[in-house]
Structures are given as C-alpha cells and as structure tokens.
Design a binder for this molecule. Structure first.
Ligand code: CUA
Length: 351
C-alpha cells in the first residue's frame, strides 16, 4: 500500500506537466496548420466573410479539444501500458473525483453555448433581408438547374445559367420538380435543399465579378455528380443589359452578357447540363442516364432531334424509361438556343 488514490505524487505531477507541454505544442501546430490550409474556393459573397471567420474561430476552439483528448489517450496508452509480469495485476480502484467531473462538464458546456450563440448571430446576420433584393427562382430537376427572373415589365425570363449583379442581395427561392436536390454555390458559402412541394430560401450578396460553379449537393440520382452549372457575377449594368436581352430572346443563357451573338449549339448543350445525362463525343460528355447521343442520333434528322428535346416522351429509346428527361426544355430554352443545339447535334452525330 504505497499509494493512496486521489493524492497526487511528485511522479503524477510530472506526468501532468509533460502532458500539458505536449498538448500546448501540438495545439499550436494544429491551429497554425488549420488556419494555413486554404479550405475554400474564392470568396465571392459578402456573407462569405463572416462565414469564413466563423470557420477560423471553430478551428481555433476545436483543435485544442481534439489535441487534449488525443494527447491524454496516447500518453496513457504508452505510459501505463502493461509490462511483462503485470498480466494479473489490477489498477488502483478509483471512485470518481467530483471536482474533476464538474470541471470537465462545465468547460465543454461553456464552449458549446458560446460557439452556438456566435454561430446563431452569424446566421441571423447573413439571412438579414434587404428590401432591394433581386428575386431569382431556382428550380432543380434531374439533372439540371433552371433560373427564373422577372424583367422590368413583370415578364418571367428563364435561363440555364445563373446571372447575378455584383453588390446587390439576391433572394433565391428554391424549388424542386422531382426529388430533393441542394442548391449550392461554394463561392457564396451558402446552400439550401430544393425540396419537392415546398419553397426554401437563401440570400447571398455577390461581391466579386467572375464565374463560379453551381453544384447540386444532395445525392439525387445517376446524374447527380454532373448536375453543375455556372454562376456569373457581373456588374449591375451588364446584368440589366443581359436581362433585357434575355427577355427579348436575344441573350444566350451562357454567353457573356451584352454579346447578343447567336448562341453556339455546343455552348447551349454544355450550359443546359445536357451532358449530365447524355454521352456526346464532340462535347466530351459521358453521362449515362439518358441515351448515348452519338448512338441514337446517328441516323436521325433535325426534326427528330427537336422533337426529342421539346417532347422527350414522344419516342423512347429501348432500354430507357419515359419521364427521365425534363419535359420543359421547350420553354426554358429560347428559340435561337433550341435551333442552335438541334443544328449542333444534327451536325456532330451525323454519319
Ligand atoms: Cu440534383 Cu444531386
């Protein structure tokens, strides 16, 4: 009986000191690494600033917790491992330590409440509505996104590409036509589910002109990984011009705003997400949800191709089922885009 439990010996204290030293050094390295790693793509929204700061604070708070637990576990495994001849020995009986238990319950509780409060404040601030916000409706369907705007006369304007003006809040209303998708623009740092039957909302204020991926972040079927489009953040004047031209049927959804040039069929094919479901050698796409276009369109004329786009159920390729292709490309594509993509497909799949 050389040691009474709950009394610390000089040896115990040296262990605690060693643990503390290892923990402090490992935490410092961990925090430095966590802050140095470039976790995210370009920050293209005002909200992104607060969200990235929140992330950094979470790293600073969580790394020491992880390091503390791992240090104690690994140190104990190494220091108190069983040595030869100790197979039948039992450790000292321990009946708890009230003071320690209070401490290790109170500290995590304080950390959790503080971080939750901070995160709640950030969430409230990034969701704050601006009365001047631009309203954009986002509709997800297997396997493409379509964006709807209202022009100055109240007419609905659709686009397969997302255009938003820099410096103005955008209020996205998100819907789904079929299954659950998730509307995500990583550069904006925000995402929200697109759920059939309900409307969800997301606000973001684009701040950096450029092109950023729009991603589906909910496993929604075979074409999920390819359900990607582009968000174009443009100057407000360019946006107004684009919307005017788009409303007049002149601006291709994917071309640079103000271009006004006839859309290229290949661009329409890519911008509308056709490749998510269809393989087409010329466009380099390999989607397998719908028929391989090089295959099924080889001996077909332009009229057949157009019918297959605007009325996908008219002719179903053997081996595929009806209703897997969105039925509304006839409405969301502008006539010039439809013509261009039909002509393009006719050319590249012809024998
Ligand atoms: Cu839509 Cu994943």
């Amino acid at each position: 009986m050389d040691s009474e439990h709950n009394t610390s010996t000089p040896e115990d204290r040296s262990h605690v000191k060693a643990l503390l030293a290892i923990g402090v050094i490992a935490s410092a390295i961990g925090i430095a690494l966590g802050l140095l790693i470039d976790w995210f793509p370009t920050q293209a929204s005002e909200e992104g600033k607060q969200i990235d700061t929140l992330w950094d604070v979470l790293i600073i708070c969580s790394v020491p917790v992880f390091v503390l637990v791992m240090t104690v576990v690994l140190y104990s495994v190494w220091r108190y491992r069983m040595k030869p001849g100790e197979e039948h020995k039992d450790g000292p009986p321990i009946h708890g330590n009230t003071r320690l238990e209070i401490i290790w319950t109170a500290i995590p509780a304080i950390i959790l409440v503080a971080l939750c409060s901070y995160a709640y404040v950030v969430l409230t601030q990034v969701e704050e509505a601006d009365a001047r916000a631009l309203n954009v409706t986002v509709v997800g369907q297997q396997f493409t996104w379509t964006f709807y705007y209202k022009d100055s006369s109240g007419k609905t304007v659709s686009s397969p590409q997302l255009y938003v003006p820099r410096g103005r809040q955008v209020n996205f209303t998100v819907e789904s036509d079929d299954v659950i998708h998730d509307f995500w623009v990583p550069a904006f740092r925000l995402k929200i589910d697109a759920v059939p039957g309900i409307r969800t909302h997301l606000r973001a204020t684009p701040k950096t002109v450029g092109q950023y991926p729009v991603v589906c972040a909910e496993l929604c079927g075979l074409g999920h990984a390819a359900m990607r489009q582009t968000a174009h953040v443009v100057e407000p004047a360019d946006f107004d011009k684009w919307l005017r031209e788009r409303a007049a049927g002149a601006a291709p959804g994917g071309a640079a705003p103000g271009g006004g040039a006839a859309p290229s069929g290949k661009q329409v094919f890519n911008d509308s997400g056709c490749g998510a479901c269809h393989a087409l050698a010329d466009a380099g796409t390999t989607g397998g949800v719908g028929p391989d276009l090089d295959d099924v369109l080889a001996d077909k004329d332009a009229a057949f191709i157009e019918q297959s786009i605007v009325d996908p159920n008219a002719v179903i390729t053997p081996g595929f089922s009806a209703n897997i292709m969105p039925p509304n490309f006839g409405q969301t594509l502008q006539p010039a885009e439809l013509d261009a993509v039909v002509k393009y497909l006719d050319e590249v799949t012809g024998k």
